[in-house]
Design a protein around this ligand. Structure first.
Ligand code: NI
Ligand code: MN
Length: 234
C-alpha cells in the first residue's frame, strides 16, 4: 500500500490490489501541491466536507477519470445533481468498494458550508473516513476537526486505525498540542500530520509536534511527508 501526500489534506492511496483512492483533492488552487490535476486518475474520490480546500477539484477529476465520489448524503446529492456518479453515506455507515476495501464515515468536529458557491449553501456535516484495506489495515483520515472524545472511545478503542492522518495546523483545526493528544488516543502505529504550512495562518513546527507525540505515545511514530512524498508499507 502506498500513501502519497499531495499537500494540505489531499492524499492518494494505492491499495495492494491497485485500487486508486483520492481523498480531499484540493489540487489546482493548493499552493503546496506539485501534481497536476490531469495526472490524477482515481477509482474513487472521498470528500470529508464541502469546504473548498477539501472538495477542491473533485468534479473535474471525477469528470476526467469517471471516479465515483463518496461523501456525505448532502454533498453527494449536490454532485449527483450535476451529473456525477456519487454515493452518499453518513456517520457510522460504511460501504464496500469492488469487494476489496471498506470505507466508513466517522465524526469530525467542524463545519461544512459549501463555500465555493456564490451563496454559502448547506453542505451537510464535516466527517472523517476509516478505510480498511484488503489486508485488514486501517487508515483514518480525520478531515478537518478539533479534538473530540470519540477519537479515543470510538475511533481509537474500537476501530483501532493502524495509520492516522490528522490535522495539526491550528486556527481551523487542532493545533499541535491537541493533535498530540489525538495521537495518544488513537494509538496508531503511524501518524501522518496534515493541514499545515499550506498557506499563512496554519504554519506549524512539525518537528515539535513529532516530539510531543514521541514523549506522550509509546509505539507511535510521526511520519511528516512533504507534498509529493509517499509512505509505503506492505
Ligand atoms: Ni474545513
Ligand atoms: Mn480545511
Amino acid at each position: 500500500m502506498k500513501i502519497k501526500y499531495l499537500g494540505h489534506s489531499a492524499f492518494n492511496i494505492i491499495s495492494e490490489e491497485g485500487l486508486n483512492i483520492l481523498i480531499d483533492p484540493f489540487i489546482s488552487n493548493n499552493p503546496s501541491c506539485t501534481v497536476p490535476v490531469e495526472q490524477l486518475k482515481p477509482d474513487i474520490i472521498l470528500v470529508t466536507h464541502a469546504h473548498a480546500d477539501h472538495f477542491g477539484d473533485t468534479l473535474e477529476i471525477a469528470h476526467n477519470s469517471g471516479a465515483t465520489i463518496i461523501t456525505t448524503h448532502e454533498l453527494a446529492t449536490f454532485c449527483e445533481k450535476q451529473g456525477f456518479n456519487s454515493i452518499g453515506i453518513n456517520i457510522g455507515g460504511s460501504i464496500v468498494i469492488e469487494d476489496l476495501i471498506e470505507v466508513k464515515m466517522v465524526n469530525a468536529l467542524h463545519s461544512s458550508g459549501i463555500d465555493f458557491m456564490e451563496d454559502l449553501e448547506e453542505g451537510g456535516i464535516a466527517t472523517g473516513f476509516i478505510i480498511t484495506l484488503e489486508n485488514g489495515k486501517k487508515i483514518y483520515h480525520a478531515g478537518d476537526t478539533g479534538l473530540f472524545g470519540d477519537m479515543k472511545t470510538v475511533i481509537g478503542d474500537i476501530y483501532k486505525p493502524d495509520i492516522s492522518l490528522i490535522p495539526i495546523g491550528d486556527r481551523f483545526t487542532m493545533g499541535i498540542e491537541d493533535a498530540a493528544v489525538a495521537a495518544k488516543w488513537l494509538q496508531s502505529r503511524i501518524i501522518i500530520p496534515m493541514h499545515y504550512n499550506t498557506f499563512p495562518g496554519i504554519e506549524q513546527d512539525v518537528e515539535l509536534f513529532a516530539k510531543y507525540v514521541e514523549d506522550e505515545s509509546i509505539g507511535t511514530m510521526t511520519v511528516p511527508l512533504l507534498p509529493g512524498e509517499e509512505y509505503t508499507e506492505e
